[in-house]
Design a protein around this ligand. Structure first.
Ligand code: ADP
Length: 342
């Protein structure tokens, strides 16, 4: 739904439980129609942030949605849709009744209610289950109905708390991509919590990284991967080649801390010299989804580098033997360096 101003604007948001500070000083904007993923280690405050926006836990600071101040309103008057991972449906309503529930609450006319309910049942692939009891649905089906119930009234903003967490990986990927498609089709903005970074990378416009109750970075997926805010964030998003302090001092450019973007570097067996290349001996290999993960000893840098080789990049497509001498080419664009305090 078209709207003016950001779908959500959070300023100085704080949540505490007794002496525990769950969230401190969080500023975050979600633009109209934007999908923002919220990631971070367990216990970092992701759920608390969502609950504070929804009005389900007491919080300090400001929460605005399309220029309305939400922080002063009780949960039921905030007008944001919330879907939690436990796919809580109303047991006394059938499948169609659950989908229609939000439309009833939004006081949609009977005609609109019938049309939208039917459209959403079709969209989530459960048109033939309209009259079923919800306890006859599988976990994936229940979650589809929970999503349909929340999206049917076309709220400008939805909050999704690990909505796919209890599903099998295959189903999970399919449903998360489908939901992203529905959100984009409707122009609905979403703030969604996930512990699955791949899911965040696949469907989010921007990713917000939370660490111990504070936002450390909010960036587009490629930006987060290529330019993480600090070494902690780099490791959190899965980078293995990150060095700090004394370990970083022997790297090219002697940075305070550095990240080698392995996919922009290349190793090959053999000897020789090239710009930005160093001798690197292969030490150990383990199979990964798309090839071999090699561990390379680089004496010039006093460290080891992990690098994934596609089979076509290796002689015979096979992992090299331990002790194979080689050359690691790491041009300047393969490095991301932090200066100042890491
Ligand atoms: P996440 O969703 O990232 O796992 P949470 O928001 O659930 O993190 O929790 C943030 C912090 O607040 C954690 O230290 C957690 O133990 C604490 N916490 C969460 N809910 C409560 C609660 N109801 N009472 C006390 N502490 C809580």
């Amino acid at each position: 739904m078209a709207s003016v101003g950001p779908a959500l604007e959070i300023a100085r948001l704080g949540v505490r439980y007794g002496a525990t500070v769950a969230l401190a000083d969080v500023d975050l904007r979600v633009e109209a129609g934007e999908i923002v993923a919220l990631v971070g280690p367990s216990g970092c405050g992701k759920s608390s942030l969502l609950r504070a926006v929804a009005g389900l836990v007491p919080a300090t600071g400001e929460v605005r949605a399309t220029d309305r101040a939400l922080h002063a309103l009780p949960a039921h008057r905030r007008g944001v849709g919330v879907v939690f991972q436990d796919h809580a449906l109303f047991p006394h309503l059938d499948v169609a009744g659950n989908v229609a529930f939000g439309l009833v609450e939004a006081r949609a006319a009977a005609e609109v209610r019938r049309e939208r309910t039917a459209a959403w049942l079709a969209r989530v692939g459960l048109a033939d289950r309209a009259g079923d009891d919800v306890d006859r649905l599988s976990g994936g089906e229940r979650q589809r109905i929970a999503l349909a119930r929340t999206l049917a009234p076309q709220p400008p903003l939805v909050l999704l708390d690990e909505p796919f967490a209890s599903l099998d990986p295959g189903l999970r990927t399919r449903l998360s991509l489908e939901v992203a498609g529905w959100l984009r089709e409707l122009g609905t903005a979403a703030l969604f919590v996930t512990h699955d970074l791949d899911e965040a990378l696949a469907i989010a416009d921007r990713i917000a990284v939370l660490r111990a109750g504070r936002l450390v970075q909010v960036a587009a997926p490629h930006e987060l991967m290529a330019r993480p805010a600090d070494p902690w964030t780099a490791r959190f998003v899965g980078h293995e080649n990150v060095w700090e302090g004394d370990e970083a001092a022997r790297l090219p450019g002697a940075p305070t801390a550095a990240l080698l973007l392995a996919e922009r570097a290349r190793w090959r067996p053999g000897t020789g010299a090239a710009e930005g290349a160093v001798p690197a001996t292969h030490v150990a290999a383990s199979p990964v989804r798309d090839g071999w993960r090699l561990e390379l000893e680089v004496p010039a840098w006093g460290t080891r580098v992990r690098w994934t080789a596609r089979p076509r990049e290796l002689p015979g497509g096979d992992a090299p033997g331990a002790g194979t001498a080689g050359i690691l080419e790491a041009p300047d664009e393969a490095w991301f360096r932090w200066t100042g305090r890491g």
